[in-house]
Design a protein around this ligand. Structure first.
Ligand SMILES: C[S@@+](CC[C@H](N)C(=O)[O-])C[C@H]1O[C@@H](n2cnc3c(N)ncnc32)[C@H](O)[C@@H]1O
Length: 257
């Protein structure tokens, strides 16, 4: 038997937001290498597979990207069906591209299964359409990890021309705000911080760019992933999320499934 690797997007957390292809591959997998943002609820979808954690936890470094590449290649060569399960979409700030390149270089058969990215899902679940006729005709997704990563992109953008979605940006909120204000964004521009989207713990802070840096967030959320959204579309959040028929009750019912 020849093994192979599927680099699979797990979506924002709720197993209901996995693709059918992801579910099928999990069902057939011998080995699942997963990251910190992958929901433990997904385990029941891989009844035969062994789960192996390769992410970072509580800020401590993980096993390293090269070690992950070696594990993937070795497992596939041993004939295993491997799922490399990554939060959201594997090619959006997930280093999935590096893993695909390593598999290609090693001659290991692999496929890539896109996932629902938090960049779109976190706003959507809070009632924020990232594009909306008359409010935003595009959206830009940036890494908030370091100012050097987002400043050149935000500097090149006309204020209010697009919705800005920032992943990994909670710690650098203050720099983000000063870059936006310096570029000419109005302090009153609507902004949101969306935590743990699609999980029962999901919360949404809705405010303005001016208040974004100093927003106090519940202590319990300090470890939860958060996405920042800036732009006029955020003004739709209250109306859309208040009018939705399905959400919270269904999330609560999903607990412990
Ligand atoms: C390393 S990036 C990976 C992004 C992922 N590949 C994707 O497409 O969603 C992790 C960041 O995604 C965002 N994120 C992931 N899951 C989230 C969720 N359930 N709710 C809010 N933000 C989330 C946070 O900004 C977090 O810091």
């Amino acid at each position: 038997v020849s093994g192979f690797v599927a680099v699979v997007g797990a979506g924002p957390g709720d197993p209901d937001l996995l693709t059918l292809r992801a579910v099928r591959l999990l069902d057939e997998a011998d080995l699942i290498l997963y990251d910190a943002l992958v929901s433990p609820d997904m385990r029941r979808l891989a009844p035969r597979g062994r789960w192996f954690f390769v992410g970072k936890r509580a800020g401590r470094p993980g096993i390293g990207q090269d070690a992950i590449h070696r594990l993937l290649v070795r497992a596939a060569r041993r004939g295993l069906r491997v799922v490399r399960l990554k939060g959201g979409d594997p090619f959006v700030f997930g280093r999935g591209g590096e893993e695909a390149l390593a598999l290609a270089a090693a001659g290991v058969p692999f496929e890539v299964v896109p996932g629902v990215s938090a960049a779109i899902a976190a706003p959507a679940l809070a009632g924020i359409p990232v594009t909306h006729r008359g409010l935003a005709s595009g959206f830009v997704v940036v890494s908030g990890h370091a100012e050097s990563a987002f400043r050149p992109i935000l500097d090149s953008l006309e204020p209010h021309a697009a919705t800005i979605v920032v992943l990994m940006g909670l710690a650098s909120r203050a720099q983000l705000v000063s870059v936006l204000l310096a570029r000419g964004w109005a302090p009153g521009t609507p902004a949101a911080i969306l935590h743990a989207a699609s999980s029962p713990e999901a919360t949404a802070w809705i405010g303005t760019v001016g208040a974004l840096a100093t927003a106090t967030l519940p202590e319990m959320l300090s470890d939860a992933p958060g996405t920042i959204v800036v732009g006029r579309v955020v003004s739709l959040a209250n109306t859309i999320s208040a009018a939705r028929t399905v959400p919270e009750s269904r999330l609560a019912a999903g607990r412990g499934r």
